[in-house]
Design a protein around this ligand. Structure first.
Ligand code: MCN
Length: 799
């Protein structure tokens, strides 16, 4: 039983946790009847447009913005030189090694540009159109420098340099060696002793988070106070960072994230334009707004993934894995953004997946290239790791002539072995991989599909069928502050919440979590309704404004329920403890004789003697009668810092048809069973799984950010960057098992990234399973018809 269940019981019609409530916030989000940042209109507000570099790598030799200044409606124009003194450097909060090289990142280039789209001048005008029209009047000369795009070439001896004042294109070399850390044996020895070694070079293509609402910022100066509205995932972190970069004192800066239309990690960032808006508002003393165009968004908001993975797995002939070795090249792009270097380093701990490896070594080089920087994108490090391990397990199974499921069963952690400390040093909390797998096999109709596969193979059908398996886990609920500290991350992993009991018994919950589509207002209301025994409708959840919630660490890493929700539950505990004292006084009973259930304190053994917590709120407002020495308030704050990550897991299965004549692939069926511990809202959980699946499948089949040889993004519109629509995706058969997380009072594990992490290898494994008998052992993502056709007909990975 979880701590919440101990207090509220496990069932009952009034129980909110587990109810598939429709989301409170949907009406306003879906109809758009809300305030998005770009809806903000302030008196005298000016508009910014950014002049961006058309070249990937060059020295700026000449800047003439006199024609811009003369353009109708233009109020001011600033170049990098103009702001050089005050712009500072954008922050990188994750120096993964003490030796990591960080070239710094100006919000606006001063004398050199390092990727296409980098800001070189900012125009301020009375209207957005006037600002944008003036962009082409900027006269800027560039002296081209060699363009570095390919990571393998970038780390080769004698390579051209992205930052010519640095010694190489390598920012850092991060190593995790289980033998050295004492969490496993000697990896080299394990490989030397192995019967079988399988190696692959896997490519994680570059992806674009592609959130629906483009980034947008408004800054209003009032004396020496500043209010910034931003479409951000991280108002609290942004406030701290922006204060540090600009020198505006933190208490003079209020950051508001109004409703935000998606982020997927892409808005876990301190953007150059946020800093530029602050600097310019400070200079002009006027409110300013910047909203990006879709093309700017695709070209300049940070990208995700872009790694080359060299993976080796060692085993004995019977299929017992003996060792895992991973070498990674991770494309940083031209600069280190907020957590750029940490993304692949976070993945380091997940490569062993759900398997009992005795030895493991991971090495990663962070590599500079002349591309837009990479950073968090849904899953951040964990999809890459899961892809590598689930792909290489299939390759090992093929090498051993073994069923891929049998190989997994032979090596995974059994239900009775939890908690289990892996070779990467993580303590997996709870789970049962066999039960989830059994359920997923039934949902898919595995046996019938295997029979059909056999028929198609025997009849040499041009359309072959494959079944792909991904048995995954991930670390989420970021994160125990102590662990983050040991990984050199520059912030903690706690979350804060306050509960305010209003006089009429209504409840305001202030959370440091910052939803941008995840439904926290609904789920937190369910938590509070159960914890305090008040009606769901009586709870209002406030978030995303540093003047209302001054403490918070925001939303990413599927942390909000596990960490932020737990803070809410802890605050509710304190409210009840305070109310108990007042209830005892008003009921003239001893505190020890009071029971709290269903929102009421009752005196044990005295039927009828009871007082509701909402009545107590009113009694306090009147404040005529409360015990001496007790303050007239039952409001409470709590901060929760988890002891451990939480480890959701699941089995994802994909059945795929591959047309061997045309290379077209089609998902026939997709079934998955996820274990996310206690489910607070099954409807939200299902929605999160669906959204994650869409993005994971999109990586496998559709999406890729492509640069040409000069460093221009050739997928700069949604015509070229293929974000799938609902009609491009199959029906999903989903299910759940429930193994509660011992590390938080709700018993929950995160779900926000699970579908995205699990699905990509299931889809690629399915395609390979369909054509492996034709000699295909890899197909590079995304699985375009051309690549699939080439892999079948020409060999290689089709890339
Ligand atoms: N939930 C639940 N029971 C569980 C686990 C979660 O009911 N056992 C509910 C939570 O109450 C919450 C939602 O599911 O309403 C997601 O919770 P959680 O897993 O804690 O994830 P976060 O709220 O921290 O969201 C972050 C996660 C990430 S990292 C990305 S990326 C992502 C995602 O959420 N980006 C999203 N989902 C997104 N959904 C939308 N609409 N837009 C994004 O940008």
């Amino acid at each position: 039983m979880t701590a919440v269940e101990e207090r509220t019981g496990t069932e009952g019609p009034e129980k909110e946790i587990g109810k598939a409530r429709r989301r409170k916030e949907d009406a306003r989000l879906i109809t758009g009847r809300t305030t998005w940042t770009d809806n903000m209109v302030l008196p005298g507000m000016l508009h910014l447009a950014v002049v961006r570099s058309p070249v990937a790598h060059a020295r700026i030799t000449h800047v003439d913005v006199s024609a811009v200044r003369e353009a109708p409606g233009v109020v001011a124009v600033y170049t990098g030189q103009d702001l050089a003194e005050e712009q500072g450097s954008l922050p990188c909060a994750w120096p993964v090694t003490p030796e990591m090289v960080n070239p710094g990142h100006p919000s606006i280039a001063v004398d050199q540009v390092n990727h296409v789209g980098e800001a070189v001048a900012v125009i301020v005008a009375r209207s957005k159109v006037a600002a944008q029209d003036a962009v082409e009047l900027a006269d800027i000369d560039y002296e081209p420098l060699p363009v570095v795009l390919d990571m393998e070439q970038a780390v080769a001896a004698g390579a051209d340099l992205v930052h010519d004042h640095l010694e190489s294109n390598t920012s850092y070399h991060f190593v995790f060696d289980a033998g050295e850390m004492g969490t496993g044996g000697d990896t080299e020895q394990a490989f030397a002793d192995a019967d079988v070694v399988v190696s692959r070079r896997l490519v994680q293509q570059r992806l674009i988070p592609a959130f629906m609402e483009p980034r947008s910022v408004v800054v209003q100066p009032q004396g020496d106070n500043y209010t910034m509205w931003s479409a951000t995932q991280i108002p609290h972190i942004l406030r701290v960072m922006a204060a540090m970069v600009t020198g505006i004192p933190e208490h003079k800066l209020r950051v508001i994230a109004p409703d935000v239309g998606g982020g997927f990690g892409g808005k876990l960032q301190v953007n150059p334009e946020e800093i530029l808006c602050l600097l310019i508002a400070r200079r002009l003393g006027k409110p300013v707004k910047w909203t990006e165009t879709r093309s700017e968004s695709l070209m300049t908001a940070h990208h995700g993934r872009d790694q080359i993975q060299y993976v080796d797995i060692a085993s004995d002939r019977a299929g017992h894995v003996k060792g895992l070795r991973v070498r990674l090249l991770a494309d940083m792009g031209a600069y280190l953004r907020l957590i750029t270097p940490g993304v692949p380093a976070l993945g380091a701990f997940m490569y062993p997946g759900i398997y009992k490896f005795p030895a493991y070594r991971f090495e990663c080089d962070g590599v500079f290239t002349n591309k837009v920087p990479t950073d968090a994108y849904r899953g951040a490090g964990r999809p890459e790791a899961t892809f590598a391990i689930e792909r290489i397990m299939d390759e090992l199974a093929a090498e051993l002539g073994m069923d891929p499921l049998e190989l997994r069963r032979k090596n995974w952690i059994n239900a009775d072995e939890f908690p289990f400390t892996t070779v990467a040093g993580l303590a997996y909390d709870s789970g049962d991989y066999e039960t989830a797998t059994q359920q997923a096999l039934e949902l898919l109709g595995y046996d019938e599909l295997r029979a059909e596969q056999q028929c198609r193979r025997e009849s040499n059908d041009p359309v072959q069928l494959g079944i792909g398996i991904s048995t995954f886990t991930e670390m989420c609920g970021l994160a125990p502050s102590r662990v983050l500290g040991s990984l050199s991350f520059g912030a903690g992993g706690w979350e804060h919440a306050s509960i305010r009991m209003l006089p009429t018994g209504k409840v305001e919950v202030v959370t440091g979590s910052t939803p941008h589509g995840q439904g926290h207002e609904t789920a937190w209301s369910q938590l509070v309704a159960d914890s305090l025994g008040v009606p769901f409708e009586d709870v209002e959840v406030l978030h995303g404004d540093t003047a209302i919630s001054s403490r918070g660490l925001d939303t990413y890493g599927s942390r909000s329920l596990v960490v932020g929700g737990s803070a809410v539950v802890k605050a509710a505990d304190k409210v009840i403890a305070k109310a108990r004292k007042i209830a005892a006084h008003l009921l003239e009973a001893s505190e020890d004789d009071l029971e709290f259930a269903g929102g009421k304190f009752s005196v044990r053994g005295t039927p009828g003697a009871s007082l509701g917590i909402q009545e107590i709120a009113l009694a306090i407002f009147a404040a005529h009668n409360y015990p001496e020495g007790i303050e007239p308030s039952i409001d409470a704050d709590a901060t929760f810092d988890p002891e451990n990550f939480s480890f959701p897991h699941g089995t994802h299965l994909c059945a795929m048809e591959v047309d061997t004549d045309t290379g077209f692939v089609k998902i026939r069926k997709y079934a998955c069973v996820d274990d996310v511990g206690t489910i607070v809202n099954p409807l939200i959980v299902e929605g999160q799984v669906h959204g994650g699946l869409a993005q994971g499948i999109a990586q496998a089949l559709y999406e890729e950010a492509v640069y040409d040889a000069d460093g221009n993004l050739t997928t700069g519109t949604f015509v070229d960057y293929l974000v799938p629509a609902a009609s491009d995706l199959p029906h999903f058969d989903t299910g759940n098992t429930v193994h509660t997380a011992p590390g938080n009072p709700i018993g929950a594990k995160g779900v926000g990234e699970a579908g995205c992490i699990a699905s990509t290898p299931a889809v690629v494994n399915a395609a390979l399973d369909a054509v492996r008998h034709l000699g295909v052992t890899d197909i590079r993502m995304p699985l375009t018809p051309e690549r699939v056709w080439r892999a079948i007909h020409d060999g290689g990975d089709g890339g």
